[in-house]
Design a protein. Structure first.
Length: 194
């Protein structure tokens, strides 16, 4: 099953990173064709796997990131080596708060995309940042929760846009959306439309 393979891959990446780096974890991409990893901070993706394997709750990745100042004029390099800027102020600021290219989300894969539904997003090595068109706020979507949301057609699916980052819940993580929630508890993803 694909989820079991993803959990195994992330768990192995987490164990290897912790062994190699001591207290510093790693951010392992959920994409099978991506080998990008960040040794700067432990990602919620690794925390999700640890939560599923050990019953522990995940840690807030925002608190663990070292903020950096990123604006719409900050030059950035994509994972493929192209030069870009993030032309959306809210997404640029949120990316900086999460550590920018050295944070748990990694380098951009391309520029910000404006969606027909009014929102915007940028895809990064280890997840995406989505701006909810109703609130204007920006939220990170990644890991098993992000995978489940993507399988349901992202913002065009029944859940709509994210309305929160991942937060701790009993035994795991939870993220809210316009029309429901996704939880990752004890190694299982549950989608609950409202």
């Amino acid at each position: 099953m694909m989820i079991d393979g993803a959990i195994a891959k992330r768990t192995l990446c987490t164990i290897a990173a912790v062994a190699a780096l001591g207290l510093v974890g790693t951010a392992c991409s959920s994409d099978d064709d991506s080998t990008a990893a960040s040794s700067e901070t432990m990602s919620t993706m690794a925390s999700e796997d640890m939560a599923g394997m050990t019953g522990m709750s995940g840690e807030s990745t925002t608190a663990m990131a070292t903020p950096t100042n990123i604006t719409t004029s900050t030059p950035l390099t994509t994972a493929a080596g192209a030069n870009i800027t993030i032309d959306n102020e809210a997404i640029a600021a949120s990316y900086g708060e999460r550590g920018g290219p050295q944070g748990y989300l990694g380098k951009p894969l391309g520029p910000v995309v404006t969606l027909p539904t009014g929102g915007s997003f940028i895809t990064l090595q280890n997840g995406s940042l989505y701006q909810n068109p109703q609130s204007g706020k920006v939220f990170a979507v990644h890991g098993m929760i992000g995978d489940a949301w993507g399988e349901r057609n992202h913002e065009n699916g029944e859940l709509g846009y994210p309305t929160s980052d991942e937060t701790r819940t009993d035994g795991g993580l939870r993220q809210t959306y316009d029309h429901g929630t996704i939880t990752f508890i004890n190694g299982r993803v549950t989608v609950t439309p409202s």
